[in-house]
Design a protein around this ligand. Sequence first.
Ligand code: 2HA
Ligand code: ZN
Length: 243
Amino acid sequence: MKYNRQLTERIAEVAEVAGYLWQKGWAERNGGNISYNITDVAENLCGHFFLVTGTNRRMRYVCSSPMDNMAVIRISDDGRSYAIVAEKYISPTSELPSHLSIHDYLLGRGRNQKVVIHTHPIELVAMTHNAAFLGRDVLSRLLWSMIPETRAFCPKGVGIVPYALPGSIELADATIAQLDDYDVVLWEKHGALGVGENVIEPFDMIDTLSKSAQIYMSGRAMGFTPAGMSDAQMQQLKEAFNL
Ligand code: 2HA
Ligand code: ZN
């Protein structure tokens, strides 16, 4: 398989974000995974092509040596199997079932979101261990209220997916059920999953939500619960930014 300029750029983009995930402490050991629908830049358009991080591969090495740690796969024409087409044989992420069903869903909806990213942001995951935060939009409102940027740059907030076995179809289906309403979902006691038109977009959203979680945690660590912006302040922001 030949890497044209656009594919080379996308590989570099994934490598860049893989580095951020590692530097932030969100990708211990083989934690997290990324997939990118690259059908539009692949040479052969018969099936769908995906650039995916490899199973058991470290995000820190996806950054330093992308194509030793990522696979390019092509889905067969009947959609029932896939072939690994990059010259180095790397098996795709253990979360491939959820990544592929999410891509299938996004394509079916005509959404131009080519990237699925999953990572383990410390404070956001910690918050999912508190049942009080797991009600619909409870966490969205709390995180929005910590800093205006979160309301502005994550206008849909976060969906919550109850705990399910990593890599399971159950986890994939529960995630898809949230994607009509949210671009970022939190997997209870596990991690975050985001979708976007490129790798930077969902990374930035998860990073912004994570900043809010850290501000909340800093307040709690200083011995108080942060007041949060008022409903009126958030409403003003909503109107000013057309959210
Ligand atoms: O790829 O994070 O959820 C490793 C994981 C599985
Ligand atoms: Zn994970």
